[in-house]
Design a protein around this ligand. Structure first.
Ligand SMILES: Cc1ncc(C[n+]2csc(CCOP(=O)(O)OP(=O)(O)O)c2C)c(N)n1
Ligand SMILES: [Mg+2]
Length: 333
């Protein structure tokens, strides 16, 4: 593969979907997009400490997947976790406060951007070690099965994670123990500056998962409905007959890997290919064209999101820092 482009399937027709579902999916995608753009600005203004990994461009994967989940299902998050968290329902205020390192943050200000999540909405805080959350997702699924709880775990991870030993061992275990887990690979073709086809002879990641006996498929990851359909099938199978699944979602990060990376190692035509398939803008166009959401309603929705984020920013800014004593709390080992 010369360039990280993919054959684009026809986008799914909107007909047959509940308008409320389509609207919620779009709202979540737009919220993630605006959240990431704002975090980028706040980081540059030095209001957010540490580092950030933004996920804009990959919104359809997380929103399409989480739309197929029940509230009591769980996801595990990665270092690129803001979108994953928002898609599962983490509050934008507590998420923003977490990035500011404030006591009101979803992890009490102890995690920061790399470790966001909120157990109360089924989002296990992210682990920055690439691939490390994959065995943990399998362990959670094992617990759910033993407790006979009808819950599914979705394990988000990147293409880079599939070259970690943890990934291979965890997939094998999920397969032999038949656990209610669905692995969702956000294949954005790069791990930092390294193209996936430079580090694996098998570039079809779904095929790698299939080798462990998982039912797996590779889908176009910039259409939330394509992802939703794949996720729904896999999640139902995991919940009803304990069949673990794997979904490779082909997508692209629009920005660089982190803070000061502008992604200049990527060919311009490749970037242009994906920018022309912006998941949020494409979905918006489809919703307006099919009269699911009117242009006026779209503007209203957009404004509401900006107001929500203004409030989140103010909340984060005005919150206090954690106290020194908190460092000794929530420590298990
Ligand atoms: C075990 C480990 N090795 C290296 C790193 C440094 N690192 C952070 S993110 C990253 C790239 C991960 O790529 P991928 O899994 O494709 O996720 P993406 O960043 O594309 O979302 C690397 C190498 C790390 N955090 N953990
Ligand atoms: Mg990647």
């Amino acid at each position: 593969m010369l360039h990280a482009t993919v054959p684009i399937p026809e986008e799914r027709a909107l007909i047959g979907y509940e308008p409320a579902l389509l609207r919620t999916m779009y709202q979540r995608m737009r919220l993630i997009r605006e959240f990431e753009l704002r975090v980028n600005r706040l980081f540059r203004e030095e209001k957010i400490p540490g580092t950030i990994h933004l996920s804009h461009g990959q919104e359809a994967v997380v929103v399409g997947t989480c739309a197929a989940l029940e509230a009591h299902d769980f996801i595990t998050l990665t270092h690129r976790g803001h979108g994953q968290a928002l898609a599962k329902g983490v509050n934008s205020r507590t998420l923003m406060a977490e990035l500011f390192g404030k006591a009101t943050g979803c992890c009490r200000g102890k995690g920061g951007s790399l470790h966001v999540g909120d157990m109360s909405v089924g989002a296990l805080p992210g682990i920055a070690i690439v691939g490390a959350s994959v065995p943990i997702a399998v362990g959670m699924a094992f617990a759910f099965k033993r407790q006979k709880l009808p819950r599914v775990v979705v394990c988000f991870h990147g293409d880079g994670a599939t070259n970690e030993g943890d990934w291979h061992e965890a997939l094998n275990l999920a397969a032999i123990w038949q656990l209610p887990v669905v692995f969702v690979c956000e294949n954005n073709f790069y791990g930092v500056t390294t193209r996936f086809d430079e580090v694996s002879r098998v570039t079809d990641i779904a095929q790698r998962a299939q080798a462990y006996g998982l039912s797996s498929q590779s889908v176009y990851g910039n259409d939330p409905l394509v992802v939703y359909e794949a996720a729904l099938t896999a999640v139902n199978r995991a919940r009803e007959v304990y069949e673990p699944g794997f979904i490779e979602c082909l997508t692209y990060r629009q920005g660089g890997h982190k803070r000061d990376d502008h992604g200049t190692y990527r060919p311009q035509d490749e970037v242009a290919f994906w920018m022309a398939r912006d998941p949020v803008e494409r979905f918006k166009d489809r919703l307006v064209t099919d009269s699911i959401i009117s242009s006026e309603d779209m503007d209203f929705l957009h404004q509401s999101i900006l107001i929500e984020l203004d409030e989140a920013e103010r909340f984060a800014q005005d919150s206090v820092l954690p106290t020194r004593e908190w460092a000794w709390e929530d420590v298990y080992a």
